[in-house]
Design a protein around this ligand. Structure first.
Ligand code: GLU
Length: 447
């Protein structure tokens, strides 16, 4: 079976790579799914004839555009913007916008591809997409960020809408940026409707959207431990990142009684051997909001420049919440030496392919981002239905819904993972997400 799987995957990947050269992140994401689902596709004549995975790995369309804006000195700046609309098989295109100098087509295609499966796992009618720009907001003034967002949306607004494509935030796109983007959308379209999620609560945003990805990650982790008859109480948890996902994951982990031993950013790591407190989390959040460094750590935390958390501190649970490929095999080996046994991804594809293989070989429990970080887009889905119906849920109701959705995702994966002693979360997530989208794609006929 493994040989057949590998042979099918390699032949599929050869074709894909020939068609889409120099897109390593995209290939990495597709390969991982292909390995788990191609045998299922092959064994089902309807899905096989429909060539579902071939179709899903060719986005419905890719929009590329120029973003021209003026910086504070009056100089003209030019960036490149994209929207990758991967699949609307089960609902409108849905996925975040990322502003970062590393954004390119390969990265956005991988993110759009992952989003299709993640969104299917939420059980909500959401297709998959991703977008963004190679704009670096670091060191930019608030006025420059506003002008960039307005210029970006002046073009993007032609391609999105509440029943068509509904972007949201991602790295460097938070509530502030969504406000500027929504303001521009409304201005250009002359209509007030929910074409973006992650909006401020005064203009149609959902309660708890900001917290949802990080909180959902911890709810999912609690289910992983629950299968073993354990809770998070007293468990040492290493977290990377210092953004929205990382800080809210830390906050909820603390509420569940965990000992959170790290946070980090691209410059270095904050270690707390005896566990950090909510005050530490608030401090990190405030520093980041003010565009300040996190190297001047308050008591109880120690900053180490140029390092990541992995292996730098003892921890059983690893929550990579920064970005793709942040955790490689060497780092994972060091983390395993320091006691790691469970990984739940807060970022999208944070493990390199080698690290994934090592986690497998060592028998770690490993939840992929498409399952464990789906809480954010799930609450985006609820924001869309709140906008459509004009009825808003309280934070208690949204919190209950988020807990339910993360539990349902866990159940779907368990159902696919069979009775194996160790739950294969990656395989379960890939298959459960694929099955749902594949049924829809096959039902449409050849189109
Ligand atoms: N960027 C988030 C993700 O990776 C959220 C997307 C959304 O809310 O549409 O899932």
């Amino acid at each position: 079976m493994t040989d057949r799987r590998t042979a099918l995957t390699e032949s599929f990947m050869q074709d894909l790579i020939a068609r889409t050269p120099r897109q390593p992140e995209f290939h990495q994401a597709v390969r991982e799914v292909a390995h788990d689902v191609l045998t299922i596709e092959k064994n089902d004549p309807r899905l096989h004839a429909a060539r579902v995975l071939d179709r899903l790995s060719e986005p419905d369309r890719i929009i590329t555009f120029r973003v021209t804006w003026e910086d504070d000195s009056g100089a003209v700046q030019i960036n490149r913007g994209w929207r990758v609309q991967t699949s609307n098989a089960i609902g409108p295109y849905k996925g975040g916008l990322r502003f970062h100098p590393t954004v390119n087509l390969s990265v956005l295609k991988f993110l759009g591809f992952e989003q299709v499966f993640k969104n299917a796992l939420t059980g909500l009618p959401l297709g998959g997409a991703k977008g963004g720009a190679d704009f670096d907001p670091k060191g930019r003034s608030e006025a420059e960020i506003m002008r960039f967002c307005h210029a970006f949306m002046a073009e993007l607004c032609k391609y999105i809408g509440p029943d068509h494509d509904v972007p949201a935030g991602d790295i460097n796109v938070g509530t502030r940026e969504i406000g500027y983007l929504f303001g521009a959308y409304k201005k250009h379209k002359g209509q007030f409707h929910g074409a973006l999620t992650g909006k401020g609560e005064s203009f149609g945003g959902s309660a708890l959207r900001v917290e949802a990805t990080g909180y959902g990650l911890i709810y999912f982790l609690c289910h992983m431990l629950g299968v073993q008859g354990r809770s998070l109480h007293g468990v040492r948890v290493a977290i990377s990142g210092a953004g929205n996902v990382a800080t809210h994951a830390a906050e909820m982990a603390l509420q569940e009684g965990a000992m959170v031993v790290s946070l980090s950013d691209s410059t270095g790591v904050l270690l707390a051997e005896d566990g950090l407190t909510q005050d530490h989390v608030d401090w990190v959040r405030a520093q980041k909001a003010a565009g300040q460094a996190i190297d001047d750590a308050p008591g109880g935390m120690r900053y180490v420049a140029g390092k990541a958390p992995w292996g730098a501190v003892d921890a059983e649970v690893l929550l990579p919440c920064a970005t793709q490929n942040e955790l490689d095999a060497d780092a994972l080996a060091a983390a395993i030496d320091a006691g790691a046994g469970i990984i739940a991804e807060g970022a999208n594809m944070p493990l390199t392919a080698d690290a994934v293989a090592l986690a497998d070989r060592k028998g770690l429990l490993h939840a992929p981002g498409k399952a464990s970080n789906a809480g954010g887009v799930a609450i985006s889905g609820l924001e869309m239905s709140q906008n459509a119906h004009g009825r808003y849920l309280s934070s208690v109701e949204v919190c209950r819904a988020l807990r339910d959705i993360m539990g349902t995702i866990h159940d779907q994966i368990r159902a696919e993972a069979g009775s194996a002693a160790r739950l294969d979360y990656r395989r379960g997530a890939n298959i459960a997400g694929y099955r749902k989208v594949a049924q829809a794609v096959a039902a449409f006929g050849v189109i």
